[in-house]
Design a protein around this ligand. Sequence first.
Ligand code: G3P
Ligand code: CA
Length: 293
Amino acid sequence: MQIRPAAALTGALIGMSALLLPTATAQATGRTTHHHTVTVAHRGASAYAPENTLAAVDAADDLGIDWVENDVQRTRDGELIVMHDTTLSRTTDVEQVFPDRAPWKISDFTLDEIEKLDAGSWFGPEFQGEAVPTLEEYMDRVSDNHQKLLLELKAPELYPGIERQTLRELRREGWLDHRHKRRLIVQSFNADAMRTVHRLRPDVKTGFLGTPAVADLPEYAEFSDQINPSYTTIDADYVSAVRSVDGAHGKPLEVYTWTVNDGPKAVSVAGMGVNGIITNKPDVIRDALDDAS
Ligand code: G3P
Ligand code: CA
């Protein structure tokens, strides 16, 4: 595992403070909490580093956050990359580098072309030169950091076969081995895609993104272990209804809600009984949950 300067400094400081302040150390590392609500860094710690880059994965790690979320799509030449939007414009300098290629869809660009782009400067000059990661590069970094991955298949309807391709890549990288499987959840807004993932690899933990009607939950539970809704769409009754249905692996459906960036709201949704909170500011949410527990 590589040691980044920031992580090394954090480690040294934590080591020193452990002699003096064991409770604060537990909070500072984030690895020790006294509640059971998982904090997931949305697109990495995307309030502090450009979303869906390796810098955002590292920013989460530096905060002591185990779980990161990403978005997976496919290039014109069939390579899997990590990016949220289906176009390259918002989070790269593609309009400067390839001015004649509007509307700059990911699926119109090869990986070679995408590797020429700067995916960091839009967020801040200190991130200039940050690349759009391939899924393989992204998973390697998550592995190196001993983190866990909530992988979203983004707009899979645009990329026929991306479910099988992604699973193949995950398997090749060892992420489907028995001992690593607990470090992975695959999710999507697209129910057909999640049905396909579950059919191809019934052993993989899966989530459906959305807020299905309570009456439809048993149908979603056939292929999902989680129902992951926007926090704006839920209340305690809905969370309780979801949790009362057994998911695809015979355990109560879990709820990971998004995207909660302030502490009081996090405490409120945790009180509804959600299992996880997906956030751009994982340190804020983790600390709010710790303080409330
Ligand atoms: O993981 C939940 C969240 O990522 C879903 O919304 O648009 O940020 O992918 P979006
Ligand atoms: Ca996402």
